[in-house]
Design a protein around this ligand. Structure first.
Ligand code: ZN
Ligand code: ZN
Length: 1009
C-alpha cells in the first residue's frame, strides 16, 4: 500500500453529514494531491478533445450567486465529459480591460470624468491602478471558484490585457483590414456623455438600458423663405438638435395641407391636422390647399437661429440643399406633423439622408457633448441642457408654437445611466453588415438547446449593423492603426515585433501594448516619408473578449480546440460575448462558421422575491460570503434542481437547506449504512463482484428490480445532461436516492442484514455487492453536481474498501447502462407490487392498524394481470404489507365485507384487510421486531455470531406491549442467542448501559450483556 492511499484511508465517515467540514477536507485533499493538475495530463489518453473557451468574467466586481450558477453549469459539463473520457481545456480566463474596469477605478480614485482623470491622474498611473483593481477582484473570483468546487484550471488562465493576448487580438483586425471590413468613418453613434465614449449598437439595446425619462415635447415652426405668412409645423423631443438642424423632410406620397391658424398658414400632413390641433388646443382653424409631399421638395425655409449660430450661417454657403425641404420615405406620417427636421450631426437616418446628397454634417460638439464655439451662443453648454435655451430663442423669433413635458422610454448608458446622445463622430467600424448573411448562416448551425434564446439571438443578429469598435478611452487594446500626418495614408501594425522594428525612435524597456506607451511610437510613412501617429482609440471591450477563441490559445491549440464543443453564458450575453465571438470568428476565418458548436444561454438569477439583484436594493448574494456559512454542494444541487437553466431563478436561502439537504444527507447515510454493514461482514468488492453474485445465484427479485431501475436512470440522466436539462437530470437522481433506494429497496433488504447467521453469509455479501454497485454508480453520477460529497464518499467508502481504485473520483469512468440488466416486465410487476402495498397501508390507516402489527390476511380484487404480478412477488408483498397470507380474486368474495373489513382502492385494484386485531400475531410481531433490534445491537457492539448473551433487558415498553410479549420471551431468547430476556417498566429497575431505540414514536431502551 502506498503512503498516499494510506492517507486517504485515514479519512473516515462521520456520523452526521456535515457538509461544510467535509468540503474543507476535500478541498485540501484535492490541493494536496494535485487532482486538478493531474487531469491536465490525460489529454493523450483521452477518447477525444472537446474544445472550450472560458467566457471571461469582468474583474470589476465581486462574484455573486448569479455568476456562480453559470459557473456550476460549466463545471458540471467539465466533470461529466472528463469522466466520459474526453479532454476539455477547461481553463480560466479574465476580462480585464474596458470601460467597466475604468469606471470602477475612476470611482476608487474619486475622479468624475475622463478629462479630470487625464489631468489629475495621467494615463500611466491610471493603467497601473487598473491593473491593481483587476488583481484585487481576481482574488475574490479565484476564492469563489475554489469554494464552489469549480474545477477550472486557474494556472492556464488567459488575461485579456497581456501583450501576447493583444497581439493575437490584432490578428482579427488584420484580417478585417485585408478584407476591407475595417473602416474609418464619420458616423452617427450613440455616445455617453458620462463615460465620454461611443457605444456599440449592441450596447444600446442592453436589457434595462431603456428608462422612463422626461423630455420637452416641442412644436415649432420654420418660415417658408420669401413667403408672407407660411410656416412648416414641426415637432421634436430634443430641441437641442435644432441647433444642428440642416434640412426638413416630408414623405413624397403623402398629402400635405396648409392650415390657416390666425393670420398664418401652417404646412403639415393632412391626416395629422385634427389630432395636432386638438393637442395644441386650437379650435379655430381651416384647412386650405392640399398638395403631395413631393411638390414641396426644394422649398427653402428661413432657419431662425442663424444670427446666433455662426456655424449655421456658414453651412448655408456650403451646399444648396442646406435649409431646404427634401423627400424621404422614412418620414412617419402617422405621428407628429409629418414634417421632420433633420440633424445629420445627431441622428442616424438624418445622417444617411445628408450623406446621400453630400450635404455637410454640422456637429459642433466636444468630448463631453458640450457645444463648441461654432454653435455661437450655445458654446460650452452641454447638449441636453440646451433644450430650454433653444425654446427661449425660438420664442423670441416667432418660431415657437407650444411646449410641454412628455415621459417616454429613452435609451440610457448601461453603465453610467446617462441619457445617450446620438452624435456624428469619426470612428472605426467593422463592417459586419457586409458579412451578415455569413454570420446568420453560421448562427443557424449552432445548437442552442432551447428555442426562445435561439430566436432572440438570431433576431438580434439579423439587425446586422456595422460594429463601431473604437472607444475614446484609455484602458483597452489600442487600435493598431497609424496615420501619416502629411499624406493621410494609413498602416495597420499587427505585432509588437513589427512595431518595434518600424518605430522611428527606439522603444523604451517598459514598453507595453497600452496607452500611453504605444502612442509614443511613431512610424515613417512609406508613401511620402512623413511621420505616422497612432489613431487615438482603444477597442470596444467586447472586441477584446470576443477575440478569445484565437487570442487565448497558441496556434496549435487553436487548431485543436476551436470551434469549441460547448459554451454557456448568461442571456445578457446575447448582444455581448455570444455576438462578438461569432462576428469576429467569421471575420477571422472568412467562413460561415461559429467558434462554438453549441451555446447555452442561462437565465439570470434574482432574489427570493423575484427582484433583480442590485447594490441599491442590497439584495446581492455574494458567493464568498454565502459559502462561509452554506455548503457548496447544497448550493450547486439547489441551483441546478430548482429550475431550468434558461429560467430566471429566484434564489431563496430558506429553500436551500431543505430538500437539497434531505437528498444529499440521504445519500450520505445510505453510504454509511452500507459501509458499516459491509465492514462488519468483511465485504470485499474485489471478491464479491457482480459476476460472483450471478454465480452465487443469491439475487432476489428486489435486487433484479433495483439493477434494472438503475440502468434506466443512468440512461435518462445522461440524456438530460446532454440536453442541458439540468433540473430534470438532477430530479432523476433525487428520485432514485429518495424513492427507489431509501424508501423502497433498503426496507426490503434491511432485515436480512440484521443477522450475522453464517448460513446467510452469501446472501448478505450479495446485498453488499448490490449496494456497492448501486451506491457507487449513484455517487459517480452525482459527481458533476455535488463534487465534494461524491469525492468524500468515493474516498471514505469505495477507496477504503478497494485501495486499487484511482486516486480521485474524477479519474473514474462515467457509468454506462447495461442492457442485460434491464427487465421491463419486472419493472411493471414491481409497479403493481408497490401500488398494492400502499393500498394496504391506506387500509391500515383507516382502521388505525399500525404497520408493525402483522395482519392475518389480505384479499386483493384485481384484474388477472395485476394478480399474476403480485403472485410472482408474493413473498415481498406479504413482507412489505406485514401480512401473513394473501388471496386473489376477480370479484369480492362473499366472506369479505362487514364491519371487520377495511379496504382501499386505486383504479381497478381493491385490497381488503381484516380490521380485527389478533393478539397472538401482535405479540409475535412485536417480539420479532424487538429481536431484530437486539440482533443489530449485538452487531454494533461487536459480538460474534457464536457468543451467547447472559441477558437481554428491555425497558419502558407500554403496558399493552409488555402484556402482548409475555408469552414470547422464551422464543425471543432463542432467536437472539441469549439465556434470558427481561422486561422492565423503567430503566431505574436495573443499573445498566442502556441503548436508546424507538417503538411507535416512543423511546424504549435495550441492554445486552
Ligand atoms: Zn456611460
Ligand atoms: Zn505619408
Amino acid at each position: 500500500m502506498t503512503a498516499k492511499s494510506k492517507a486517504d484511508n485515514s479519512l473516515s465517515l462521520a456520523t452526521d453529514y456535515r457538509p461544510l467540514e467535509l468540503e474543507k477536507e476535500i478541498r485540501e485533499f484535492w490541493e494536496k494531491n494535485q487532482i486538478r493538475d493531474k487531469l491536465e495530463l490525460r489529454e493523450k489518453d483521452s477518447k477525444g478533445l472537446l474544445g472550450y473557451v472560458e467566457g471571461p468574467p469582468t474583474l470589476n466586481g465581486i462574484p455573486h450567486i448569479g455568476h456562480s450558477r453559470g459557473r456550476v453549469m460549466k463545471d458540471i459539463r467539465y466533470r461529466w465529459k472528463t469522466m466520459q473520457g474526453y479532454y476539455v481545456p477547461f481553463w480560466a480566463g479574465w476580462d480585464c480591460q474596458g470601460l467597466p474596469v475604468e469606471l470602477e477605478v475612476e470611482k476608487l480614485l474619486g475622479v468624475k470624468n475622463k478629462r479630470e482623470l487625464l489631468e489629475r491622474v495621467g494615463e500611466e498611473r491610471f493603467i497601473e491602478e487598473c491593473k491593481k483593481v483587476i488583481m484585487k477582484y481576481h482574488q475574490e473570483w479565484a476564492e469563489a471558484d475554489s469554494r464552489l468546487g469549480i474545477f477550472i484550471n486557474q494556472k492556464k488562465a488567459y488575461w485579456t490585457y497581456l501583450d501576447e493576448y493583444i497581439e493575437r487580438e490584432w490578428q482579427y483586425l488584420k484580417r478585417a483590414w485585408e478584407q476591407n471590413l475595417l473602416e474609418e468613418g464619420y458616423y452617427v453613434v450613440a455616445y455617453c456623455p458620462g463615460c465620454q465614449t461611443s457605444l456599440s449598437s449592441a450596447e444600446v439595446g442592453y436589457e434595462g438600458s431603456y428608462k422612463e425619462v422626461e423630455d420637452p415635447s416641442l412644436y415649432f415652426k420654420f418660415k417658408v423663405a420669401n413667403s408672407q405668412n407660411e410656416y412648416f409645423l414641426i415637432w421634436t423631443t430634443m430641441p437641442f438638435t435644432i441647433i444642428t438642424d440642416t434640412m426638413l423632410a416630408v414623405h413624397p406620397e403623402a398629402e400635405y395641407v396648409k392650415v390657416k391658424v390666425g393670420d398664418e398658414l401652417w404646412i403639415m400632413v393632412r391626416q395629422r391636422v385634427e389630432p395636432v390641433m386638438q393637442e395644441l388646443g386650437i379650435k379655430k382653424y381651416e384647412v386650405t390647399e392640399a398638395t403631395l409631399g413631393k411638390s414641396l421638395e426644394g422649398t427653402k425655409y428661413d432657419y431662425p437661429l442663424k444670427d446666433i449660430i455662426p456655424g449655421q450661417a456658414e453651412l448655408e454657403t456650403k451646399h444648396a440643399l442646406v435649409h431646404t425641404v427634401i423627400c424621404e420615405d422614412f418620414v412617419d406620417v402617422n405621428t407628429a406633423t409629418g414634417v421632420v427636421h433633420l440633424s445629420p450631426g445627431n441622428g442616424e437616418e438624418d445622417f444617411w439622408a445628408a450623406q446621400k446628397r453630400k450635404v455637410p454634417v454640422f456637429a459642433p460638439f466636444d468630448d463631453e457633448v458640450k457645444f463648441t464655439k461654432d454653435a455661437g451662443v450655445f458654446n460650452g453648454v452641454f447638449a441636453r441642457d440646451a433644450d430650454y435655451l433653444v425654446v427661449e430663442e425660438l420664442r423670441n423669433r416667432n418660431a415657437f408654437v407650444a411646449v410641454k413635458k412628455v415621459t417616454h422610454e429613452y435609451p440610457t448608458c448601461w453603465r453610467s445611466h446617462h441619457k445617450l446622445v446620438w452624435l456624428a463622430r469619426k470612428e472605426y467600424f467593422l463592417r459586419t453588415d457586409k458579412i451578415n448573411s455569413k454570420v446568420l448562416e453560421a448562427a443557424e448551425k449552432i445548437e442552442y438547446y432551447f428555442e426562445e434564446p435561439k430566436n432572440r439571438f438570431i433576431a438580434f443578429l439579423k439587425e446586422g449593423k456595422p460594429w463601431c469598435i473604437s472607444r475614446e478611452r484609455v484602458w483597452g487594446t489600442p487600435l493598431p492603426i497609424w496615420t501619416c500626418e502629411k499624406c493621410g495614408s494609413k498602416r495597420l501594425v499587427a505585432s509588437k515585433a513589427e512595431l518595434i522594428k518600424s518605430a522611428l525612435e527606439k522603444v523604451p524597456e517598459n514598453f507595453e501594448l497600452h496607452k500611453p506607451w504605444v502612442d509614443r511610437v511613431t512610424l515613417k510613412c512609406e508613401k511620402c516619408g512623413g511621420v505616422m501617429r497612432r489613431e487615438d482609440y482603444v477597442l470596444d471591450t467586447w472586441h477584446n473578449s470576443g477575440a478569445s477563441p484565437y487570442a487565448r490559445f497558441t496556434g496549435e491549440e487553436f487548431e485543436k480546440f476551436v470551434p469549441t464543443d460547448f459554451l454557456t453564458e448568461g442571456i445578457d450575453q446575447t448582444r455581448g460575448w455570444a455576438n462578438s465571438l461569432l462576428l469576429e470568428y467569421v471575420i477571422l476565418t472568412g467562413k460561415p462558421e461559429g467558434p462554438y458548436r453549441a451555446f447555452l444561454f442561462q437565465g439570470l438569477t434574482q432574489d427570493a422575491k423575484g427582484r433583480k439583484m442590485s447594490k441599491s436594493l442590497g439584495n446581492v448574494v455574494e458567493t464568498n460570503k454565502l459559502l462561509e456559512k452554506y455548503s457548496a454542494d447544497l448550493c450547486r444541487f439547489y441551483m441546478m434542481r430548482k429550475c431550468s437553466p434558461i429560467d430566471f431563478m429566484n434564489f431563496d436561502l430558506q429553500e436551500l437547506n431543505r430538500r437539497s439537504y434531505q437528498v444529499l444527507s440521504t445519500l450520505y447515510h445510505l453510504s454509511r449504512f452500507f459501509l458499516q454493514n459491509a465492514e462488519f461482514d468483511e465485504f470485499s468488492p474485489e471478491k464479491f463482484t457482480l459476476e460472483w453474485v450471478s454465480r452465487a445465484d443469491q439475487l432476489k427479485s428486489a435486487d433484479r428490480w433495483l439493477l434494472s431501475k438503475l440502468q434506466e436512470k443512468i440512461e435518462e440522466y445522461t440524456l438530460r445532461l446532454e440536453r442541458c436539462e439540468f433540473n430534470v437530470a438532477v430530479a432523476i437522481l433525487e428520485d432514485f436516492v429518495i424513492e427507489t433506494l431509501s424508501r423502497l429497496y433498503v426496507p426490503m433488504i434491511r432485515k436480512e442484514l440484521w443477522t450475522d447467521d453464517p448460513e446467510t453469509f452469501e446472501r448478505r455479501q450479495t446485498i453488499y455487492a448490490m449496494l456497492h454497485y448501486t451506491l457507487k454508480t449513484v455517487t459517480l453520477l452525482f459527481n458533476p453536481v455535488t463534487p465534494y460529497l461524491s469525492e468524500a464518499l468515493y474516498q471514505k467508502v469505495y477507496k477504503k474498501l478497494d485501495a486499487k481504485l484511482p486516486d480521485s473520483i474524477n479519474f473514474e469512468c462515467w457509468p454506462i447502462p447495461d442492457e442485460k440488466m434491464r427487465n421491463k416486465a419486472l419493472d411493471a410487476e414491481f409497479e403493481v407490487l408497490f401500488k398494492c402495498v400502499s393500498l394496504v397501508y391506506a387500509a391500515r390507516q383507516q382502521a388505525k392498524l399500525k404497520r408493525r402489527w402483522p395482519l392475518s390476511k389480505v384479499v386483493v380484487v384485481a384484474p388477472e394481470k395485476a394478480s399474476d404480478a403480485l403472485r410472482d412477488q408474493e413473498l415481498l408483498f406479504l413482507e412489505l404489507g406485514n401480512v401473513k397470507a394473501a388471496e386473489y380474486a376477480g370479484q369480492v368474495p362473499d366472506y369479505v365485507g362487514g364491519e371487520n373489513w377495511v379496504s382501499a382502492s386505486e383504479g381497478d385494484v381493491y385490497v381488503f384487510v381484516s380490521g380485527q386485531r389478533d393478539e397472538k400475531l401482535l405479540g409475535e410481531g412485536l417480539m420479532r421486531d424487538l429481536a431484530r433490534r437486539v440482533q443489530a445491537l449485538r452487531k454494533d457492539l461487536g459480538y460474534v455470531p457464536t457468543d451467547v448473551l447472559d441477558a437481554v433487558h428491555i425497558a419502558e415498553l407500554d403496558d399493552e406491549s409488555m402484556g402482548l410479549l409475555e408469552s414470547y420471551l422464551e422464543e425471543m431468547a432463542g432467536l437472539v442467542r441469549a439465556k434470558k430476556v427481561y422486561l422492565h417498566g423503567s430503566r431505574g429497575e436495573v443499573a445498566a448501559e442502556w441503548h436508546e431505540s424507538e417503538l411507535d414514536g416512543k423511546k424504549i431502551y435495550i441492554n445486552i450483556h
